[in-house]
Ligand binder design. Structure first.
Ligand SMILES: Nc1ncnc2c1ncn2[C@@H]1O[C@H](COP(=O)(O)OP(=O)(O)OP(=O)(O)O)[C@@H](O)[C@H]1O
Ligand SMILES: [Mg+2]
Length: 338
């Protein structure tokens, strides 16, 4: 696979920032959108710190403020309060410096000249980034190979699938060898095989010193890729830390999963009412019913749940730890102020 290097673009001199302690730093960041319908508080005193060379995941439900954060950090949107810095450069005061060092892939269908080929589009972006034509050819070719578009590079973008456009967005974001890369839902709409290939690029970029901040709704992706996560809800931080730390917020909280032959109508209510049970849900499992019971921290509810189901009525039972997705869903069931 082609290597992506992180030297600055030739011919651009870059003053050093004042010894940045983190690649990305937000302090009490606020953003209020004002419109005819009134005010929306999208970010409410959000503070984050992202270590240089790490992969950082921003998670949260729809409307949590993820894209707003990415847009502020990439200087597309001004904050309403607080401050944010990238590589020590303030996003409002040092806009040009921030832009010089970042790559942004917001994705979607827009942002390209559809009548031009993928390669022609990239060449235009290279020219805009001030890359000499003699270098642009090689750089664009390398990036098209990196995102696996090499064999389709000379087709018009209007013929590209969504996943191909998504990959072209990434190539575009990398054109000026950014030191910080923002990816807003990078694998949205990609088929599983392409998404997995795309994910493989992220640690490769990080190993070459690029700091990556990505937003995602896919917990497996966050667990697989991110050194640190921040879960936000309604513009506020709900939890942060390594994926293992976010899971560990639930200590040894376990999940008991049972396959029940014949479920009484009140089974779910009775399971939910058991002491130590935080949440329970049922679903179909072939001709049987699957009962999933989430214990609170330190609780051992296995025997009690078996009794509620009737031991002879249980086809199988397993006890396991929570996945990141389950920890995330549990976090969002509690108020953001906790
Ligand atoms: N241009 C805008 N004008 C008014 N309100 C906006 C605007 N952009 C976003 N918002 C509101 O700000 C809040 C945060 O939106 P944002 O797009 O940052 O969320 P998100 O976490 O990216 O959500 P999603 O997962 O759906 O992409 C939402 O309530 C949204 O409706
Ligand atoms: Mg968004």
């Amino acid at each position: 696979m082609t290597s992506v290097q992180t030297q600055p673009i030739e011919g651009v001199t870059t003053p050093s920032p004042v010894s940045p302690s983190a690649a990305i730093e937000c302090v009490d960041l606020c953003r209020v959108y004002r419109g005819k319908g009134g005010e929306t508080v999208a970010l409410d005193a959000l503070s984050l710190s992202v270590e240089a060379g790490s992969v950082f995941g921003l998670l949260g439900p729809n409307g949590a403020g993820k894209t707003t954060t990415v847009r502020i950090l990439s200087t597309l949107l001004a904050p309403s309060g607080g401050s944010a810095a990238v590589l020590g450069y303030d996003v409002e005061r040092d806009t040009a410096e921030v832009r010089r060092h970042i790559g942004l892939a917001i994705g979607g269908d827009r942002g390209f000249y559809n009548r031009l080929t993928g390669r022609q589009n990239l060449h235009d972006f290279a020219a805009l980034a001030g890359i000499a034509p003699s270098q642009a050819r090689r750089r664009c070719g390398d990036l098209l190979d990196l995102v696996r578009l090499g064999d389709r590079a000379d087709e018009k973008v209007e013929r590209y699938s969504r996943g191909m456009k998504q990959r072209l967005h990434l190539a575009r974001a990398l054109i000026a060898r950014p030191r910080v890369l923002f990816l807003d839902e990078p694998t949205l709409g990609l088929d599983p095989a392409i998404a997995q290939e795309f994910r493989a690029l992220v640690p490769q970029l990080a190993s070459e010193g690029v700091t990556v901040l990505l937003t995602t709704h896919y917990m497996l992706e966050a667990d697989q890729l991110c050194d640190e996560l921040a879960v936000i809800d309604r513009g506020r931080l709900v939890a942060s830390g390594a994926p293992s730390a976010v899971k560990a917020r639930f200590g040894d909280a376990s999940v008991v999963e049972l396959t029940v032959r014949s479920a009484a109508p009140d089974l779910l209510d009775r399971a939910r009412a058991l002491p130590g049970v935080e949440f329970a849900e049922t679903g179909a499992d072939g001709v049987f019913t699957r009962l999933r019971v989430f214990a609170g921290e330190g609780g051992d509810v296995r025997d009690a749940v078996l009794d509620v189901c009737g031991r002879d009525n249980v086809e199988g039972v397993t006890t396991r730890s929570r996945t990141l997705e389950e920890a995330y869903l549990a976090l969002l069931r509690v108020p953001a102020s906790r």
